[in-house]
Design a protein around this ligand. Structure first.
Ligand SMILES: C[S@@+](CC[C@H](N)C(=O)[O-])C[C@H]1O[C@@H](n2cnc3c(N)ncnc32)[C@H](O)[C@@H]1O
Length: 391
């Protein structure tokens, strides 16, 4: 029997509810995405991942050398790096050279979207309309990234190659995709007044790159359809982070080794993380986002009872209980990262309103309803930076 069912409520729409007792640490379900992609800046900065599944393609040693900017770094226990064992399986698209972790991933990409989106010999032509679109997007959305234009490109490719485009459209429409909350009159942050012109320009570049007007399959992709797709990706996109160095650290930590070696490995890990912090700050992972049909039905709570993890170091998602869950209880994750989750009620609500178009009514928010509507100084600084980035 399934551990969960989907039910609807007037306040939050659909949500996931436990049908049985679920113990802390249990995997509730696993799911492959409808589509996933690496963020554009992440790829541009040299974070190397499989174009289809986001599995790291750099060995842990090479990854550490790059992130710490030190070519002399040598890691012990290379058998703890999963990439080393798979390197012989790495392959490329014969037309454009894009890298994949296996022939299976290359074939999945070709069968789903890449045959239609492959730029072949034009891959590095900066004047190609798709590359112009990506560059425009990168200027519009500096790191930290929360959304990737290549996800839209892959969706267009999927429509071009789909045996049944209507079925794909139905799958997409099943995600929440409103670009404005009409009751509360809130717009998605990227679709607000500040971005109106940029979204229109982005749409023009997009329509030109894919000639959508001449293809009947894209009759839904008007400016409003594009905005709605934008809101869909914005409100449902799940971030993914993968790292070969992170995998090596985890595996070496779980390894049975003697006390002396443990001490030297621990010291090396601390030293490397500190060097990486100096060079790349918190940008340690291959990063991207994906759309998951089932996971996207999970509502948010500021005290979540579940979390999403990526146990295979690729885009395969697992939902894991972070505490015991009783039958009938709603299963919630946090849409906010750890740092934002620790902030004041006012700041959490602001982020949820801007990016997900709702006013959170979880237990924690209700409990803090009388807290002052204040933004801390640190948060104000970040908001100012946000404004500057978008100018
Ligand atoms: C990813 S979807 C979650 C599933 C959604 N309820 C549905 O019907 O498909 C995100 C949307 O769910 C609603 N939602 C999620 N968490 C909520 C909460 N704590 N309070 C109110 N609405 C919430 C909001 O409309 C939000 O834009």
């Amino acid at each position: 029997m399934e551990k969960v069912i989907i039910k609807s409520t007037a306040e939050k729409g659909r949500g996931l509810y436990a049908t049985e007792h679920i113990a802390e640490g249990d995997t509730i379900f696993e799911e492959q995405p409808l589509v996933s992609c690496q963020y554009s800046w992440n790829a541009a900065y040299g974070y190397l991942a499989c174009e289809y599944c986001l599995r790291p393609l750099e060995t842990a040693e090479r990854n550490a050398q790059r992130l710490a900017n030190d070519a002399c770094i040598m890691l012990p226990r290379t058998e703890c790096c999963p990439v080393e064992a798979n390197i012989a399986n790495h392959t490329r698209c014969a037309r454009c050279g894009t890298m994949y972790c296996s022939t299976e991933c290359l074939n999945e990409a070709l069968n789903r979207y890449h045959t239609a989106t492959c730029l072949g010999a034009e891959t590095h032509n900066e004047n190609h309309p798709v590359n112009v679109l990506v560059e425009f997007w990168k200027k519009m959305h500096y790191p930290p990234e929360t959304c990737g234009i290549m996800l839209f490109v892959k969706i267009v490719g999927m429509f071009r190659q789909a045996a049944d485009p209507h079925a794909l459209q139905t799958q997409l429409q099943d995600f929440v995709h409103k670009s404005v909350n009409e009751d509360l009159l809130i717009f998605h942050k990227m679709l607000g007044e500040k971005f109106t012109l940029q979204i229109e320009q982005l749409y023009e570049l997009f329509a030109k790159a894919f000639n959508v007007e001449s293809d009947e399959r894209f009759s839904w992709l008007t400016l409003d359809g594009f905005k709605s797709l934008f809101a869909l990706v914005g409100t449902n996109g799940q971030g993914i982070g993968t790292s070969s160095f992170g995998d090596w650290v985890k595996n070496v930590t779980d390894c049975e080794i003697n006390k002396q070696e443990r001490q030297s490995v621990d010291e090396l890990i601390d030293e490397l993380y500190s060097k990486m912090d100096d060079v790349v700050g918190s940008f340690l992972n291959n990063e991207g986002s994906a759309l998951y049909p089932r996971q996207s039905k999970i509502n948010h709570s500021c005290t979540p009872n579940a979390e999403t993890v990526f146990p295979q170091s690729n885009h395969m998602l697992a939902l894991r209980a972070v505490r015991n869950i009783q039958p009938g209880e709603e299963i919630c994750i946090s849409y906010l990262d750890e740092c934002n989750l620790q902030r004041s009620r006012h700041s959490r609500q602001k982020a949820l309103k801007e990016y997900y178009l709702f006013i959170c009514q979880c237990e924690k928010c209700e409990g803090q309803i009388n807290d002052p509507d204040e933004t801390s100084e640190e948060e104000e600084d970040e908001d100012d930076e946000d404004m500057e980035d978008s100018d």
